[in-house]
Design a protein. Structure first.
Length: 224
């Protein structure tokens, strides 16, 4: 099923770094079809909520910028179900934002894609996790070279560019109701055009609605 990204302008000042679950929860109150309790039965396919980007200002907070967006990855048939977000105010872990007008974007073909956080249940050690990523790519019949991102190869969701920990595997956690779930940043390179689109549509691992396993083209700054 054809997928696309729906980008909403947002207005606000600050935003929590670990916002995957509280953002999902806030959006679900406006879009009940998104809620896991009904299995997404009202939706035509899998939905992902992108991490919100901003400038890291310390104390586990981001400063929102003119480029900050709320973005959802959805089947094109579900666009109308998310248009209701436009004009709404939501509170994400104590941080208020107003959601603006959305713009739809089709996926761009890129030979190198990155996901800032991939989580695969039961795989928390680097070597076993990477093998699980490769197994999922093989199952999807996507050919590409997968590796774990490092501080050197990506600008993190927090916007840190201080050089700390360069070259170290980029391990991240997702907090869900006080429970920390371990994952890693993942890069997949040398993708065919078809594989690039399929990986963006399907993703890897779970927790897509909490911002995990969503792949986007690597920016120049992300590349080694």
């Amino acid at each position: 099923m054809p997928m696309l990204d729906l980008f909403f302008q947002i207005q606000g000042t600050t935003f929590p770094v670990d916002h995957g679950y509280p953002l999902y929860s806030a959006i679900s109150k406006i879009c009940p079809a998104l809620h896991a309790n009904n299995g997404g039965a009202e939706l035509k396919g899998s939905v992902g909520i992108h991490p919100v980007h901003g400038r890291y200002i310390g104390n586990r907070q981001l400063a929102l910028t003119d480029q900050s967006r709320l973005a959802v990855r959805i089947p094109h048939e579900d666009i109308v179900k998310f248009m209701i977000l436009a004009g709404k105010r939501i509170c994400v872990d104590g941080h208020w934002i107003r959601i603006g007008i959305p713009s739809p974007f089709l996926f761009s073909v890129s030979s190198a894609l990155i996901s800032h956080l991939v989580v695969i249940k039961g795989y928390m050690e680097e070597d076993r996790f990477l093998q699980a990523v490769r197994d999922q790519l093989e199952k999807l019949e996507i050919k590409g070279n997968a590796c774990i991102g490092t501080r050197k190869t990506e600008i993190s969701v927090e916007g840190r560019q201080d050089g700390a920990g360069k070259g170290q595997p980029l391990r991240r956690t997702l907090n869900i109701k006080g429970r920390e779930i371990v994952g890693f940043s993942v890069i997949v390179e040398k993708l065919s055009p078809e594989g690039s689109i399929q990986l963006q549509e399907r993703g890897i691992g779970g927790r897509r609605r909490f911002g995990c396993g969503i792949f986007t083209p690597m920016m120049q700054e992300d590349k080694p």
